[in-house]
Each structure stands twice: as structure tokens, then as C-alpha cells.
Design a protein around this ligand. Sequence first.
Ligand code: AMP
Length: 213
Amino acid sequence: MNIILLAPPAAGKGTQASLLTKKYGFKHISTGELLRKSLEANDAVSLEIKETMQAGKLVSDAIILQLIEKEFLVAEQGIILDGFPRNKTQALKYAELLTSLGQEIDYVFYLAVPKEVAMERIFGRRTCPSCGKIYNSRALENKEKCMDCNTALVKREDDTEETFDLRYETYIKETSPLIAFYQEQGLLYEIDASLSTEEVFASIEKVLSKESE
Ligand code: AMP
């Protein structure tokens, strides 16, 4: 099973991917998370990646595709992609990769949310730098430690108003054309992601259960 979550920044891709992983045992691949982990290397490449992320732009396709291929080599179960593909080149390369593995995309969930709602969400968002778990302001309840691994939570460096605007612009220009791209292939399912986490998850589950009947 191959699932893609397509959405503007801070629409809840990571949260929904984690819920799907928990329930169905999919492998969750977040390119943003892989990139954030790669920054620990603190070398010339990671500095360049950091600058690109801070500027709200896309990291080079070559780096991203290398990360994805590496993850696919060790993935045996279903895969849920969170943050990839993010432009047409990546989408075409991903299609090639799947064809070479004799696989195909099963669902593309487009999490639709107005810009203002997404923006509001990033201000309350905290993440665990160790396990990647995401907390929204409602779930935080004044706890600043990860409930799973007890690590102190952090605010993502690119979760500022200024970087959000740049990330959103990049999304509109580079990523949003993928909505029509996957719609034309009959793979797109639009989900109203302005609802609560639970309601969004229920909408996704409804599609998954209907299709497997
Ligand atoms: P995310 O965690 O998905 O919000 O991604 C954070 C940042 O990582 C993005 O703003 C990009 O700079 C970079 N990034 C994540 N995924 C990709 C991708 N598939 N292609 C290029 N850059 C990416």
C-alpha cells in the first residue's frame, strides 16, 4: 500500500501520518523529518540544507530522491509519504521508482486547509526532536516534554510567521500543481483538513475502508 499525503505546510500531514502508522502499521516517511535529522551531521551539505529550509524553499531533488530511495530499500510494509513528492520532478521520479519495484500509488490524500488556519496551527506546534512526535497547542496542556520519550519539546525553527509565508508561497508554486496531476490519474481524495485531528482521521479512514470493501 502506497499513500501520499499532499498538503500546504502545517495542514496536519505529520499528525495524520503518525495516526495511520499506528493503526495500520505503515512505514511513515517524512522527508522534512529526515532532513532535520540530517542536520545533526553539521557539515557543509547540512548547512546548505538548513539554509534552504530556513528560507522556506525546497531542498534539491537529488538529495531528496537519495533519501527516498534509501528508505524504500528497507521498507517492507505499506508506505505513507509525508512531504514527498513536493514538485513535478519528484512525482515523476517517484512513479519511475514504483514502476521499477512493480508497485503503484494507491491513494493521494489532499489535506485541504485555508492558509489562515494552517498559519494559526504552526504557532502552537511543538515537536519532539528525538522521536518526531508532533503536539498541537490543545494536546500540549502545559506539558513541554514528549509523552513517549520524555525529551524536552522544541518549536521548529521554520515555524515562524515569516518562514511560513515563504513555505506557503513555495507550496503554491511548486507543490499545488500536483493536485491536478494526481486528480487526472484518478488517485486524489480531497479531505477537509480544517476540521479536528480526529475528524480528519475519520475522513481518511472512511476512504480506506470503503475502497477495501
Ligand atoms: P516539512 O517537515 O514537510 O514541513 O518540511 C520542512 C522543510 O523541509 C520544507 O519547507 C523544505 O525546505 C524541506 N523539504 C521537506 N520535504 C521536501 C521535499 N520533498 N523536497 C524538497 N524539500 C523538502
